[in-house]
Write a protein that binds this ligand. Structure first.
Ligand SMILES: [Zn+2]
Length: 353
């Protein structure tokens, strides 16, 4: 970071501990409140001013594309993804989070908001779009060689929860009811359990993002009506109607191919709690992701994504959100250091018939 006037470079990645990092943040915030200008030092030209909002360091609203794709403040231009289909549903809010989603008319619970979301409206978010939104804000649809160091499950979860702090569904911060799958991280398990319990007490729905358990024929048939998950520490079991399961499986033929082939497939779940250990699944979306956690739609994309990573390229995948024109989106946008990204399309039409 640069504090103009008194130039000061502060490399937060060099902090030896969380306490060090918090101390540096406090010093930066003090400088900010006394009128210093803060800007990010990531390698890209443009307006990269930063500021503090509610104790957190954030970018200027609408200035995400000015940052390098590997930077935590990066956000791709809306016009290059399915986000461009929203006219008024997504707006930048001054406080407390950067994003405020209008998920329906005045709602008392997020579930009602999702129930009202329909493809007929361009202003409401579905569960599908919410996943795309969280993933985009967390930077998990983008890749650059520097991203390698933080694609562990733990770091990915931290990014997801950080992104969820920035998203408000009406007056609810998403982070308060987002549970994420964890391979035995104690704090995450505790946090999942506390959120599930709170949702149960308030008779409120919650959202969970958890990987499916490894494929087996029995699991694909879902004969016991329980969603087969892995890394579900602190997360209740989900009862799932066969129709909802089949619908999620058949949304894209690649979902089943990827699952059978051993790829990681994430279950994005909207559920209402029934007891501390059981919740009823209301809506389900299945998303295959690469080893680097980028969402994938086809075998061709999987191949290209791997090639681009092997070649140490910098790229991002535009997510479709609720856009009906998603077919016109390229598979990836390649960032070659210039001001403009290059579209890559790897669709193989013949194989889709
Ligand atoms: Zn930056």
């Amino acid at each position: 970071m640069q504090v103009a006037g008194n130039t000061c470079i502060c490399d937060l990645s060099q902090a030896r501990s969380n306490e060090d990092r918090d101390r540096w943040m406090l010093a930066l915030e003090r400088a900010w409140t006394t009128g210093a200008h803060l800007s990010c030092e990531c390698p890209r030209q443009g307006d990269k001013r930063l500021r503090f909002t509610a104790g957190r360091l954030v970018r200027e609203p609408g200035k995400g594309f000015e940052h390098a794709p590997a930077c935590v403040f990066y956000f791709p231009p809306r016009s290059q993804s399915g986000m461009s289909s929203y006219k008024v549903g997504v707006r930048a809010a001054d406080t407390p989070g950067e994003w405020c989603l209008e998920v329906g008319p005045v709602i008392t619970s997020p579930l009602e908001g999702f129930k009202q979301a329909s493809s007929a409206s361009s202003t409401m978010f579905s569960l599908r779009a919410l996943f795309d939104f969280v993933w985009t804000i967390a930077g998990l649809n983008a890749w650059s060689p520097e991203a390698q160091s933080w694609r562990t499950v733990r770091d990915v979860n931290d990014r997801l929860l950080e992104a969820a702090r920035d998203i408000y569904l009406e007056r609810f911060p998403l982070v308060d009811y987002l549970l994420v799958g964890t391979p035995g991280v104690k704090e995450q398990k505790r946090s999942n359990r506390a959120k599930a319990l709170k949702a149960l007490e308030a008779s409120r729905p919650f959202i969970a993002i958890v990987p499916l358990a490894a494929w087996s024929e029995t699991r694909e048939q879902a004969s016991d009506h329980r969603l087969a998950l892995t890394d579900f520490d602190g997360i209740p079991a989900f009862s799932c109607l066969s129709a909802e399961w089949q619908k999620a499986l058949s949304e894209n033929p690649f979902v089943v191919d990827a699952w059978r082939g051993g790829d990681r497939v994430l279950a994005v779940i909207l559920a209402t709690p029934c007891s501390p250990r059981l919740a009823r699944l209301e809506k389900l979306r299945l998303v295959p992701v690469s080893a680097a956690w980028l969402p994938l739609d086809s075998a061709e994309q999987r191949w290209m994504e791997l090639k681009l990573r092997e070649e140490q390229r910098c790229f991002w995948k535009p997510l479709a959100f609720d856009s009906v024109s998603s077919r016109q989106l390229p598979d990836f946008w390649l960032e070659e250091g210039s001001r403009y990204a290059i579209p890559i399309a790897v669709r193989c039409e013949a194989s889709r018939e």
